[in-house]
Ligand binder design. Structure first.
Ligand code: ACO
Length: 364
């Protein structure tokens, strides 16, 4: 009998920092509104998004600038200088380094990415190419903000069944290019950003004290219209058309209040489920790593479950919502800041589009 243990962590964020004040020069929003409603102060974005925002902030006619962007690209170009696989690669390299392993020693890779480099193949294939891999199996999930928990559960399951000994698990997102930095897109564009986090899993004996204990996963697609994106999907025919752009159907859509209510409800449920399944109480948990969507969501769940702020970790003030990357980035930074000690019980929980949500419990 065996289980998986995390033996290395890594993260990557783009260098370009966008604070709320820059966004307020592009659309009708303010640092005060964003801070009060979400707790986000700044975020990291791809160099292309950053250049675009600097230009948009200066543009006298912002609507005309955005129209021109969709008609001709930025400065007449549509090729990105950085893609999500670049971030996945950098985070993976850091995780491998911290585990003291080379990529050739990894048996299997699981990545979760919401917006891929290409419609197909998946981002895992592009990541494999960056590592020069020619036969390592790579699985890609598209589980939105819950992606890392699902990917971790997959990696752990393959290790438990004895199929693989070492698995690289990645959550990578480049979300900033997908949103519209306008008044009509402001409800979403101020929230999401770019980043990647990765962990290396290794098989250990099931009796060893440290390692992953359990996962608890759920999906409810019946209200998927509260957070979804038609973008290049087959829900329209053809999947891409000028009409689709003209009809404003190429933007992600969200009903913020519904997402908020669902997120709080599902976080509470899945944390309770994890505690009950392992005969624990909230007091037994040493650190709770929440998906970083909104400080008010985290505070509301923590308060309800009587989890003191000292037992939660937040970094959304500097990174915003990096979807599948947010939990592994939190794990990496919590370790770097000395917030995790040997023997600690760590509960990680995430909720996102789908809606999909889940939690993982592990002992460090
Ligand atoms: N700046 C200024 N005003 C804004 C902005 C903005 N960026 N966005 C929306 N508003 C306006 C709205 O237009 C509305 O104006 P109106 O009253 O004149 O119509 C007003 O602010 C209030 O809008 P609400 O949507 O009701 O504001 P709310 O208090 O619900 O906060 C928010 C919005 C922050 C999006 C909140 O609903 C939320 O965080 N929801 C969860 C969304 C989320 O986290 N999604 C991430 C994906 S899933 C996940 O990761 C959990």
């Amino acid at each position: 009998m065996r289980k998986a243990k995390i033996i290395g962590t890594g993260m990557a964020v783009p260098e370009c920092v966008v604070d709320n004040h820059l966004l307020a020069r592009c659309m009708n929003t303010s640092d005060e509104w964003i801070m009060q409603r979400t707790g986000i102060k700044e975020r990291r974005v791809s160099p292309d998004t950053y250049r675009m925002l600097l230009r948009l902030a200066e543009a006298p006619d912002k609507e005309a600038f955005i129209r021109d962007l969709y008609d001709h690209g930025l400065d007449g170009k549509i090729d990105s200088t950085m893609s999500v696989a670049d971030l996945a690669h950098e985070a993976s390299q850091a995780a491998l380094k911290s585990a003291g392993l080379a990529i050739g020693e990894i048996d299997f890779i699981v990545d979760s990415t919401t917006f891929p480099d290409y419609a197909f193949p998946h981002t895992g294939s592009v990541l494999g190419t960056k590592f020069g891999l020619t036969s390592t199996p790579i699985l890609n999930l598209q589980q939105g903000c819950a992606g890392f928990i699902y990917a971790l559960a997959c990696g752990d399951a393959f290790i438990r069944m004895g199929m693989y000994d070492r698995v690289l698990v990645v959550g990578a997102e480049m979300l900033s290019p997908v949103f519209e930095y306008s008044d009509r897109g402001r409800d979403m564009s101020v929230l999401f950003a770019d980043g990647a986090g990765a962990v290396v899993l290794e098989a250990v004996d099931a009796a060893s004290r440290s390692g992953i204990i359990s996962h608890h996963l759920h999906t409810d697609g019946t209200i998927l219209d509260k957070l979804y994106g038609e973008i290049f999907g087959t829900s329209t025919f053809p999947p891409i058309s000028k009409k689709k752009i003209d009809d404003d159907r190429c933007r992600p859509r969200m009903h913020g209040r519904s997402v908020f209510v669902q997120a709080v409800k599902r976080f509470k449920e899945v944390i309770r489920e994890t505690l009950e399944a392992n005969r624990l109480t909230a007091a037994d948990i040493d650190l709770l790593l929440f998906h970083q969507a909104n400080l008010r969501i985290i505070d509301s769940v923590a308060e309800h479950l009587k989890i003191p702020p000292a037992k939660t970790f937040t970094n959304l003030h500097k990174y915003g919502n990096t979807s599948a990357a947010s939990v592994p980035i939190c794990l990496h930074e919590a370790l770097a800041e000395g917030r995790i000690h040997e023997g600690d019980l760590i509960l990680m929980a995430a909720f996102g589009t789908g809606f999909a949500w889940g939690a993982s419990l592990l002992r460090w």
